[in-house]
Design a binder for this molecule. Structure first.
Ligand SMILES: [Fe+2]
Length: 335
């Protein structure tokens, strides 16, 4: 049985193994094992150590509370058992902590939104950035990915050929770096007047089949948005709107999200939104969209190391079951 950790509380040092807990402190030990099984974590992991520290601290505080209450005769008229179980219930609810974002990916996640091709947009700048980011994505549980450089005529004037050439060259160089995991390249299209003309004449880079990733300005929607969405579908494409939660101008006008869905738009959640990376307001809207079953897919939208680091955060939302469902929807893009 492995060593669990050392904890100093009120001048007393505790050294725990999971066996010690089960034999000498069975309630805490069983509670720990129950939590570990429920949350699917190793009883000997650092997460388990932190949880047992919380349990022991809570217990110590309770003992102090009873001692002080007795000395001041505060609890003379109150049923001790009732108070004890109330506090225990509060402690239990505290243990129901939200999961870490990376733990929701569980090793077989298919990412459909990232900026990993070197020197082509605001994502990876060099091949070493690409190598590092791909390695990090694998560590957090991404098994396959379709990277999506921006195509925004007035800012990142990439063409499908430029992206495909970069993808071919990068794949070769990555093989030289012993990274053989295959990955695909598509694009994230910015919806503007140029895009409106472009897809009528040129073939788009799609995520799979006719699914095309689109975005718009964070300041405002294009005036002709619904015309673009209509024409795009007439041209045979299915629009997947990237990070709808990040368009602040829709937050106080939630009905617009419903209008977009009715107009045939699929929604792709940026996973970092639920970890609060873009702020509390965006996390709240993502929860609202989740609860309303409006998301279809998810993406990491990883550009740099800070994005990777945010996967170490716990999610800030309560709708984790809905979140797991749309994470698993990405299996549709498996190649
Ligand atoms: Fe993006």
């Amino acid at each position: 049985m492995k060593y669990l950790g050392k904890l100093k509380i009120f001048n007393q040092t505790y050294e725990y193994t999971s066996r010690f807990l089960l034999i000498r402190k069975p309630i805490q030990g069983l509670l720990l094992f129950f939590i570990c099984i429920k949350e699917k974590i190793d009883c000997n992991s650092s997460i388990a150590i932190n949880k047992i520290k919380i349990i022991i601290r809570g217990e110590s505080l309770m003992i102090r509370f009873f001692a002080i209450s007795r000395s001041y005769k505060l609890l003379d008229v109150v049923n001790y058992n009732y108070v004890f179980f109330s506090i225990f219930a509060v402690m239990l609810s505290f243990f129901k902590q939200k999961p870490y974002l990376k733990d929701l990916l569980s090793g077989d996640y298919i990412d459909i939104h990232s900026h990993l091709l070197p020197g082509i947009d605001d994502g990876a700048k060099t091949l070493s950035d690409t190598v590092r980011l791909i390695g990090s994505l694998e560590k957090i549980g991404v098994s396959q990915f379709i990277t999506t450089p921006h195509i925004s005529h007035y800012i990142w004037n990439n063409s499908p050929k430029k992206i495909q050439d970069n993808h071919t060259e990068t794949s070769k160089l990555l093989t030289g770096e012993n990274i053989t995991k295959p990955f695909l390249a598509a694009a994230e299209y910015f919806m503007d007047d140029w895009f409106e003309k472009h897809f009528k004449n040129e073939k788009l880079l799609t995520l799979k089949d006719n699914y095309v990733l689109v975005e718009m300005s964070y300041m405002n929607a294009p005036i002709q948005l619904y015309q673009i969405l209509f024409d795009l579908q007439v041209a045979g494409y299915k629009p997947v709107l990237a990070h709808p939660e990040r368009y602040l101008f829709y937050h106080k006008n939630f009905i617009e999200y419903e209008r977009l869905k009715k107009a045939g738009c699929l929604f792709q959640l940026n996973l970092l939104a639920v970890a609060g990376y873009y702020g509390e307001e965006i996390a709240k809207i993502s929860e609202q969209l989740l609860k309303n079953g409006m998301y279809d897919f998810t993406g990491t939208d990883v550009h740099h190391d800070n994005h990777i680091a945010a996967f170490e955060q716990r999610v800030k939302i309560n709708s984790t079951e809905e979140l797991k469902k749309i994470i698993s929807n990405n299996q549709f893009f498996k190649f």
